[in-house]
Ligand binder design. Structure first.
Ligand SMILES: Cc1cn([C@H]2C[C@H](O)[C@@H](COP(=O)(O)OP(=O)(O)O[C@H]3O[C@H](C)C(=O)[C@H](O)[C@H]3O)O2)c(=O)[nH]c1=O
Length: 320
């Protein structure tokens, strides 16, 4: 069996490498192969390249991770999000349909549901109506609908997974947790949007990978599965935890202008996935401590990113 996983490799789970990095895929054309898994670093909107790859390799399974994933970047420039997330997904779906895959797993996000209020008894379920608020989440919701349409119209076997906020090693320093860790370690101010009371439900990337692996093999054809870590925290709690763990002062916190259209709260009800046999193994306290340690041990990795391709973005977003 041939598996196609279209993003950079990162974690080994049952020999399946999964990844969190959604960098600029358009820069890479090469394809890596390991065992029966292919990690495609091609421009996913490049129809010719993708279709000929699918025809050549005859993939049985496709796990579609690739996305432009950062909400702030989608506010700065929505167009790349439409190209990669919407057009790119449609190209992959066409290629999958053409060769007739056994399963196409589309990795999506809880942001397609919009936002919850602060009532702690409310959660996103798979039945929650789609109501995306940012250009990023609108592009992901659009791709979800295309995946659904290819299932309904052409009978393509699919699953859609919708995860909450990921964290863990190799998380790019544009996102809240790695941004905070790297800035605190550099004694830079940590920008907290608005009043810091927005809530996210943190999911360790390894728990996420295990869930996707389960859905790939056991998910019922055509079904959506929500994946959440039961780890709700306010942004301020997250930032304070990191600062305390690193033994630094809360004076580093700087409240800055709120994100446009900033969703108040995300929280997942993962009951449907749990019925397949999944549960998260990471409590936030353990996961964040291990993640901070990983950034301490791998400073060269994130310092290089911060001083390289991300420098211009950080200057534009934070003015420093
Ligand atoms: C970068 C940054 C973020 N924030 C706030 C904004 C959010 O309330 C929270 C987390 O932000 P972040 O950009 O890390 O993640 P989300 O916007 O929640 O979205 C993330 O989780 C979902 C599920 C995906 O699907 C996205 O792909 C993923 O990026 O921290 C700040 O206060 N300051 C900052 O500098």
């Amino acid at each position: 069996m041939q598996y196609m996983v279209n993003k950079y490799l990162q974690y080994d789970i049952y020999n399946l490498d999964l990844l969190t990095y959604a960098g600029d895929l358009t820069k890479h054309k090469e394809i890596e192969s390991r065992d029966n898994y292919y990690f495609v670093k091609a421009d996913i909107a490049d129809r010719e390249a993708i279709v000929s790859l699918f025809e050549k390799e005859k993939f049985d399974y496709v796990v579609h991770f690739a996305a432009e994933s950062h909400v702030d970047r989608s506010i700065l420039d929505p167009s790349t999000f439409v190209r990669t997330n919407v057009l790119g997904t449609q190209v992959l779906l066409d290629a999958a349909k053409q060769i007739g895959v056994s399963k196409f797993v589309h990795v999506s996000t809880d942001e397609v549901y919009g936002e919850l209020n602060f009532d702690p008894t409310t959660f996103f379920t798979e039945e929650t109506p789609i109501k995306p608020n940012s250009p990023y989440s609108a592009s992901k919701a659009s791709s979800d609908l295309l995946v659904r349409a290819y299932h309904e119209t052409f009978g393509l076997p699919i699953n859609i997974t919708r995860c909450s906020n990921n964290y863990g090693p190799y998380h790019f320093p544009e996102k809240l947790i790695p941004l905070t860790i790297s800035r605190v370690l550099n004694n830079q101010k940590v920008p907290v949007y608005g009043d810091g009371r927005n809530i996210r439900d943190w999911l360790h990337v390894i728990d996420h990978c295990a869930a996707i692996d389960l859905v790939l093999h056991e998910g019922l054809n055509g079904e959506v599965y929500n994946i959440g870590g039961h780890n709700e925290r306010t942004n301020l709690e997250v930032v304070k935890t990191i600062i305390a763990t690193l033994g630094k002062s809360e004076d580093l916190i700087e409240f800055v202008k709120d994100r446009l259209g900033h969703d108040k709260r995300y929280a997942i009800d993962p009951t449907k996935l749990e019925a397949l046999g999944w549960k998260p193994n990471f409590k936030f306290e353990t996961g964040i401590a291990q993640t901070i340690q990983w950034y301490l041990d791998n400073e060269e990795w994130w310092q290089r990113i911060n001083s390289g391709e991300y420098k211009t973005y950080f200057e534009q977003q934070y003015g420093a």
